[in-house]
Design a binder for this molecule. Sequence first.
Ligand code: FMN
Ligand code: 173
Length: 387
Amino acid sequence: MSQLADFQNEIYLNGLADVRPDLPTDLTKLEGLAASKLSATSFGYVAGSAGSEGTARANRDAFDRWRIVPRMLRDVAERDLSVTVLGTPMPAPVLLAPIGVQSILHPDGELATARAAAATGLTTVLSTAASHTMEEVAEANGPGSRWYQLYWPKDRDLAASFLDRAKAAGYTALVVTLDTFTLAWRPRDLDQAYLPFIRGIGVANYFSDPVFQKSVGGPVTDANRQTALLHWIGQFGNPSLTWDDLAFLREHWDGPIALKGIQHPDDARRAVDAGMDGVIVSNHGGRQVDGALASLDALPLVVDAVGGRTTILFDSGVRTGADVAKALALGAQAVLVARPYAYGLALGGEAGVRHVLRCLQAELELTMALSGHRTVSELTLDSLVRV
Ligand SMILES: Cc1cc2nc3c(=O)[nH]c(=O)nc-3n(C[C@H](O)[C@H](O)[C@H](O)COP(=O)(O)O)c2cc1C
Ligand SMILES: O=C(O)C(=O)c1ccccc1
């Protein structure tokens, strides 16, 4: 489909090695292709959002209201996009956001994603609700870098067991997702009666866990699978959690911790006061609170409140290199992308994810260089204008 110009190949020989001719280099086109490849139910689950999907649209629209102001004659011959975030060095300020049950997208699921991340040097964030165990994913990721995303279950012993396992398997930072203690009102899933988990996709981290198994009376087999699924649903999230509970995380995790789903500056301040190492400004890609503000509009408010005092990451709506540059200019240290690599996974397994990551990195580098920026720290509010 795409023939890269020789000119770009010359400049980006390494960066473009994984770019596939059968996949578009305009990553906004992946969704349409994934729609034809996936079942209507799986596609609806991934592409869909909460309610009228107004917040998902707002996430995208917010990027259009910020425009990059290119600067000239600034010697951009040598570029360095690398950053170190929560102790993890990265070749570019882009991480793979946690996405649960990836085997609905491709049989290799999170294993393919972990291999693609390792191949590009980028960090993958593994979901508690993954369809492969965190130990299997660690093996697939090998010498790559990986963080663990916790869905904080009601059972404290189960939460502690997840954290011990993640530590033992080489996950170096902890992401705690606060905005999804239960799934929101998601009309596409409701209308299509889509219950991927109950229809037989295993939630491997739970089913393989000794604490979980003890609660369901032994290993999960066909005989007790229904009981196990119901137990999982009951355990999945805890709506009673408060800021006071964060102390538990510190007791059970000695590495860096970031809270995911922060949108209000006061919540960001509370995270810092509670000794957290970072916040992820995110509205879960518009999948939780329809009517909520665009995540990009929340970012400058959070940066004003806690910038310089903590690590600030961003997600929700990032689709292009320009989007990444805008979020960085608004004060994020790095961004997470979700749906674009989910579609890459659906379309081409590991190679599809690599394609997405390489394109995004290359487009970011070109955007930065052509607008006069050599490094991530050179992207500031001065690089943008609000229209
Ligand atoms: C299919 C799907 C599954 C997701 N599963 C998780 C998850 O298990 N844990 C989590 O913290 N976030 C999960 N998210 C949210 C993403 O990590 C991320 O916050 C959001 O999708 C970013 O927006 P984007 O899709 O516009 O890039 C999921 C998102 C999608 C689309
Ligand atoms: O669908 C989601 O957004 C999500 O975060 C999730 C929750 C539970 C299981 C799998 C994914």
